[in-house]
Design a protein around this ligand. Sequence first.
Ligand code: NAP
Length: 296
Amino acid sequence: MKLIDGKEIANTIKGEIAEEVKRIVDKGGKIPHLAAILVGEDGASETYVNNKATACKQVGFDSSTYRFPADVSENELLEAVDFINNDPEIDGLIVQLPLPEHIDNQKVIQRIHPEKDVDGFHPVNIGRMTIGLPSYVPATPYGILELLMRSRIETTGKNCVILGRSNIVGKPMGLLMSRNEEPGNATVTICHSKTKNLQEICAAADILIVAIGRPGYVTADMVKEGAVVIDVGIHRIPSDETKSGFRLTGDVRFEEVAKKASFITPVPGGVGPMTIVSLLMNTLKSAKKEIYGSID
Ligand code: NAP
């Protein structure tokens, strides 16, 4: 079994981005700039946005965070998005989700200009990805593609099973794995809570990508000998063995599944570190006008 070390791969990519930023700046170009909108005082959201700002700093990007109280009006938020859309200094904008209930997530996401939508959540980017046009690919699936590619895992002709059909992971992952290029060219099955014979379907997978949000759901009997297993799930569960009183775990029972897998991602340190790096890769693409500039 080979461990797919997401932390190490993420650090390698960060190094590559930092070099690219240096080249751009040396030639007199503009420093890439990622902006984030953060609403309310949710601890997890705060941590995610801080981590993104730290990652920007590590690669030499500028970053800014626009903070709003939890009772901000939808209109005020839409105006902020318009303001950032029109700021030529800013290359990428992310809105940290979830937003408070009185705000329509989709309305805000759809207000982001597709050229600055580095999360790849805007329907224009999803649509472009679907028909194979250049687009920002949502961060987690993008990170998984990089993990597969950099671990030299072939996907062409493979049987790929994806557990979960969320808009941010399962669905885009299915599209990407079935597209007509490598990584891709796989025969894809997407499973969800209404799927029958889940164990049987999973056990036939050459590549199993798990994003269902249930700690330890995937057991060894659901995995084929020699399969590649990508665990997207991330959960904080109580533990007596750590100082913090909790530990992180995934959707896959790592210890037993690792014995059968040819490659497997750990939690933490697998898919997680790649998600932020994907955001950086998308922001760099925006700064270099690689997505929309290319079809002008
Ligand atoms: P989500 O929106 O919670 O959706 C879960 C999906 O799994 C749904 O499609 C659901 O089916 C399906 N599902 C739930 N229970 C199932 C079962 N028993 N059998 C079969 N399918 C089942 O998922 P998500 O946002 O993609 O997140 C999934 C996990 O990944 C979470 O633990 C999340 O924290 C983690 N995550 C990690 C990262 C990272 O960077 N590492 C990024 C994103 C998410 P239905 O559609 O039928 O309800």
